[in-house]
Design a protein around this ligand. Structure first.
Ligand SMILES: Cc1cc2nc3c(=O)[nH]c(=O)nc-3n(C[C@H](O)[C@H](O)[C@H](O)COP(=O)(O)OP(=O)(O)OC[C@H]3O[C@@H](n4cnc5c(N)ncnc54)[C@H](O)[C@@H]3O)c2cc1C
Ligand code: FES
Length: 281
């Protein structure tokens, strides 16, 4: 390898810097961050992509971008506090500097969805990546046909982005349904697992619709069965997979399933593709 080739290879691991301009807790364990890049330009992401966040002196973690690229001046993330990097992020507020690599991953093919019905099914923290896609579709509402959003959380206190949920509920051009597994005394809505919301879907042209499914691994099997049972084809059911990642750029193999690097070829796959991947779901 020449010196120039080595420099080029090293450059892909060099983070750029950005500043947190807003931060607030969404739940007991999830924190919201809005970030402006120091170069002043947009992140230039596609809905469904992620960034590798660097906390200097601690490490890196892949985090989904939960805002739409139609919001150009900043981008947003929702981070669950589970370990060293995410805990360090939770100690940060407006004004703090972070490092970023990306955006990475394939993201969702929004062009292919144009003119079609789109069904979103988001469970738990899956609402973070799903929100970026939902916001994109609602910002470009005329490009899409019927938009249905199904969202499930374990209990009401774990629901993310409550202001967005209220807005979607109020919009006449979006069919929004939410459920919780374990209601508390204040909960007046649906109770039950997310698949119970499928009975609320109406008027969609399933053969031509797209389903966007994001959630914990346990959810996929059941949601995919429901989506297939209403007639959405396997090749139009899109799932975003989460795998342990390190480099994010197809170099280290941490995210590999069979011969597929989830960080590069995913994290978004059609159900037809996942079926061929052993341990895909
Ligand atoms: C494409 C992608 C998008 C993601 N988007 C988000 C997001 O939007 N918000 C968010 O909060 N999290 C997201 N995650 C998960 C996040 O990357 C991990 O929680 C994070 O890397 C943990 O880093 P840490 O240093 O805080 O924890 P560590 O100190 O590394 O580990 C804490 C605990 O979490 C486990 N762990 C670490 N990484 C993972 C992982 N990838 N999967 C399962 N268990 C893990 C460890 O074994 C340990 O038990 C995403 C992951 C991927 C691959
Ligand atoms: S995370 Fe390194 S190859 Fe995918």
């Amino acid at each position: 390898m020449t010196v120039e080739e080595k420099d080029r290879a090293a450059a892909i691991f060099k983070p750029e810097t950005g500043r947190i301009v807003a931060a607030r807790m969404l739940t007991e364990t999830e924190k919201f961050f809005r970030v402006v890049l120091d170069h002043g330009g947009p992140l230039g992401h596609k809905p469904g992509q992620f960034v590798e966040v660097s906390i200097f002196g601690i490490g890196e973690a892949p985090i989904s971008i939960c805002s739409s690229p139609t919001q150009e001046d900043s981008f947003e993330m929702c981070v669950r506090n589970v370990g060293s990097v995410t805990n360090a992020m939770h100690q940060m507020g407006a004004g703090a500097e972070i490092g970023l690599r990306g955006p990475y991953g394939n993201g969702f093919d929004m062009e292919a969805m144009k003119g079609r019905d789109v069904l979103f099914v988001a469970g738990g923290l899956g609402m973070a990546p799903a929100r970026g896609v939902i916001k994109y579709v609602l910002d470009k509402r005329h490009d899409f046909n019927i938009v249905t959003i199904l969202y499930g959380a374990k209990n009401p206190s774990e629901l993310l982005f409550k202001e967005d949920l209220e807005e979607w509920q109020a919009r006449p051009d979006c069919d929004f349904h939410v459920t919780v597994d374990r209601p508390d005394d204040s909960w007046k809505g649906n109770t039950g697992v997310i698949t119970t919301l499928f009975r609320n879907i109406s008027n969609i042209d399933a053969r031509n619709a797209w389903a966007v499914v994001v959630g914990p691994p346990v959810m996929y099997k059941y949601v995919i069965l429901e989506a297939l049972s209403i007639g959405i084809p396997e090749s139009r059911i899109l799932c975003s997979l989460e795998r342990r990642m390190k480099c994010g750029v197809g170099k280290c193999g941490h995210c590999q399933i069979s011969n597929v690097y989830v960080c590069k070829e995913g994290p978004v796959f059609t159900y037809s593709q996942i079926k061929r991947l052993r341990e895909g779901i």
